[in-house]
Ligand binder design. Structure first.
Ligand code: TNX
Length: 490
């Protein structure tokens, strides 16, 4: 009956049905600015399909009948920063949380309890009913992320904002932007403009490139913040750096400028590790990006640096970590960074190599789990999927994407050392928004559930029914997804 994804921590049915109608109001404590903004977002979501005015009014407990009440209540600390309580009764809806983030996640549950047509942006036929229920909900993991590789193919701000909206629906709270790679540098750095102007020219296959101006980037960061999503910027180094090497000749170990690269090999590029020029430029890159990004994290990449000798690699990673830390930010790196000495707060993102990851575990690091054979959204669904990759030698059908648990990915890395999960979308073969949609959906909601829901409330036979019920919802959002034969689509 209740088909919420990710599955709430607790949900129980109550008697009766709530009906949203032309008299329904949204009530909020008008002195609480963030709560008002969330009420506004709820109204903007519900008005186009229902055609109702859904006026926003001052909350008044006694007089709240027939309305949707959003309340920030400091008392209920058991809900944490992201939890919420939702009571749906025939006479009204009460949503409460101790922090605005909880209210925001709660309105996503209200959306999902309404009929799928609520996702359309033109007037639809009701009735707009919700079966009465009580939900108390909070996430299992603090880091529930997706990653988009804008280096291999560039996607402009509207595509990123649409993606942020979709992430918000499923209660994700992290968007990791892979801003640089061999094929493209995607953010203007004022002190070193050629990085973007030269390094941002192309995408893979010489498809059109591009880069974000600093204003566009800040606008994306702010758009995400309003949806309780933190942007984690990544500058991948010292490998995956050909676009930078093509922009500034001084960065090249050979002293000769690299040309732009538009194929899909990996592991051939590296910075000149022992030239001070490299650090002068990177210092500016890091401080400009950190100035534009209020979140606590900076991702230094560090993967597949096959052309950087080990001693150079560890020297470089140590030095870059220190730079990031001096700006007060926490470093995140792909598991290879565990080869180097790490700062106590550095976070290791596991993707493939268990030997290096274990080194991070031995040093007591916290982990983000992105196992390539389960969590990579660029992997093909099956042998006939046209887009995507298969280097893991495993296809990732919807069930493979869903049925694994972060706490059993790495021996010796238990729940307490796991910050959360992240599903990356690498874009060597993904050029358009339609390509993105096809690879993301319907796998993405499964990663949301792995990050949010208790293990005991997760099972495939129940999930596949709930996902089947989300088909019309995704369609109403204008998403053309992979019609997996594992799901009975409604
Ligand atoms: C490995 S994952 C990479 C990426 C590729 C991806 C393709 C990681 C840290 N490195 O450079 O895009 O595989 O699946």
């Amino acid at each position: 009956m209740y088909k919420i994804i990710p599955h709430p921590a607790s949900i129980s049915p109550e008697n009766g049905t709530f009906v949203l109608n032309e008299k329904t109001t949204i009530r909020v404590q008008t002195e609480k600015e963030e709560a008002c903004q969330i009420a506004q977002m709820l109204a903007e979501q519900l008005r186009p399909p229902t055609g109702y005015p859904l006026l926003i009014m001052e909350a008044d407990e006694k007089d709240a009948h027939g309305g949707i009440v959003l309340a920030l209540a400091d008392g209920d600390t058991a809900l944490g920063e992201e939890g919420y309580e939702l009571r749906v009764r025939p006479e009204g809806i009460w949503l409460s949380a101790s922090h605005p983030g909880g209210l925001f996640h709660g309105i996503q549950s209200i959306r999902q309890l309404l009929p799928a047509a609520i996702e359309k942006r033109t007037p639809q036929r009701g009735p707009w009913t919700i079966e009465a229920t009580t939900i108390r909900d909070r996430p299992r993991f603090a880091w529930r992320g997706a990653m988009l590789d804008v280096g291999r193919h560039f996607y402009g701000p509207p595509v990123i904002k649409r993606f942020i909206d979709q992430l918000a629906c499923y209660k994700f709270n992290i968007l990791h932007l892979h801003l640089t790679d061999d094929q493209g540098w995607r953010l203007m750095i004022n002190a070193w403009p050629k990085l973007a102007e030269v390094g941002g020219k192309y995408s893979v296959n010489r498809d059109p490139g591009g880069y974000y101006t600093q204003e566009e980037y800040q606008d994306i960061v702010e758009y995400a913040r309003q949806r309780y999503i933190t942007i984690v910027p990544e500058v991948d180094m010292p490998g995956h750096t050909n676009a930078a090497l093509a922009s500034y000749v001084e960065l090249n170990p050979s002293g000769r400028a690299a040309g732009m690269y538009t194929a899909t090999g990996v592991g051939f590029s590296t910075f000149a590790i022992h030239h001070e020029f490299t650090y002068k430029l990177l210092q500016d890159v890091i401080s400009e990006i950190i100035r534009l990004t209020p979140g606590p994290y900076f991702h230094i990449g560090g993967d597949e640096a096959h052309s950087t000798p080990d001693a150079d690699y560890t020297f470089f990673v140590k030095r870059i970590q220190d730079m990031v830390w001096e700006h007060g930010k926490i470093c995140v790196g792909w598991e290879e960074v565990a080869k180097a000495e790490q700062l106590p707060k550095t976070i290791v993102q596991f993707w493939w190599n268990r030997v290096w990851a274990r080194k991070g575990a031995e040093q007591g690091r916290k982990f983000i789990m992105s196992p390539a054979d389960h969590a990579y959204m660029d992997m093909k669904y099956n042998e006939s999927t046209k887009l995507g990759q298969d280097w893991t030698k495993k296809y990732i059908e919807v069930q493979d994407a869903y049925q694994w648990d972060p706490s059993t990915v790495l021996e010796g890395v238990a729940e307490a050392s796991i910050l959360g999960v992240e599903a990356p979308l690498w874009t060597e073969t993904i050029a358009t928004q339609a390509d993105l949609d096809y690879m993301l959906y319907p796998r993405l909601p499964g990663y949301a559930e792995i990050g949010w829901s208790r293990l005991k409330s997760r099972n495939w036979s129940d999930y596949r029914l709930r996902l089947g019920a989300h088909g019309p919802r995704l369609a109403a959002m204008g998403i053309k997804f992979y019609l997996s034969p594992q799901i009975e689509w409604e």
